[in-house]
Design a protein around this ligand. Structure first.
Ligand code: ADP
Length: 213
């Protein structure tokens, strides 16, 4: 009897250790220039998560002149989205590259409804799920100012040209903003004021995460 109980407890322990609540999977959301990259670094340090930025991964591929980079470049230079199929496959192999991760910060993904559905599917295959979507809110004039300012140090062609910047914001409103509804429907959406000191904004993010973690 005692042996059976121990066995049952061991099984329960193993099961609970793979439950999604042990993992923190965060979608960091917001328009271009909202501060997702900057704040991701801070979240990674605090919660020991793997940072997956689709924009960074595409830029790395462009630098290394891979086939994926060549394909993505024309879309990115114009401020348009890289097609879903390409982006989803890329994200899937990135996820698989970190089997030991304690959780992920998805920065710049999902950016369309099919991407959001695909992400849920990928995670559920691993018995995981999204913990929350944190949406950094910043008004349009401030976004334009930040992106044009960032161009001076980022060297990103898509930051330095006002017509490309405006196209990115337009694409965000049309294709990406509706993704928030998907997470609102799952009660996982948190709006975060993205204006203020960097530490102040980080603290707002931390307190939202600490509510769900
Ligand atoms: P930002 O958030 O400042 O626009 P990112 O580095 O996230 O910058 O993205 C840069 C570009 O990379 C986007 O304009 C788009 O062309 C491409 N990209 C990044 N993530 C995705 C995605 N999830 N789906 C499609 N295209 C993407």
């Amino acid at each position: 009897m005692a042996e059976k109980t121990t066995k049952t407890m061991r099984v329960l322990y193993i099961c609970s250790s793979i439950q999604p609540k042990d993992m923190i999977n965060i979608v960091l959301f917001g328009p271009p220039g909202a501060g997702k990259g900057t704040q991701s670094e801070r979240l990674v340090n605090r919660y020991n998560l793997v940072h997956l930025s689709t924009g960074d991964i595409f830029r790395k591929n462009i630098k290394e002149a891979t086939a994926l980079g060549t394909l993505a470049k024309s879309f990115m230079d114009a401020g348009n989205l890289v097609p879903d199929e390409v982006t989803i496959n890329m994200l899937k192999s990135e996820l698989e590259a970190f089997p030991e991760a304690k959780g992920f910060i998805f920065d710049g993904f999902p950016r369309t409804s099919p991407q959001a559905l695909a992400l849920d599917e990928m995670l559920s295959e691993k018995e995981q799920s999204i913990s929350c979507m944190l949406a950094l809110e910043v008004e349009e004039a401030e976004l334009e100012k930040r992106l044009l300012g960032r161009a001076e140090t980022s060297g990103r062609a898509d930051d330095g040209d006002i017509s490309i910047v405006r196209n990115r914001i337009k694409v965000y409103k049309r294709e990406t903003a509706p993704v928030a509804e998907y997470y609102k429907g799952q009660n996982k959406f948190f709006a975060i004021d993205g204006i203020g000191e960097l530490d102040e904004i980080s603290n707002r993010l931390f307190s939202a995460i600490d509510k769900v973690a």
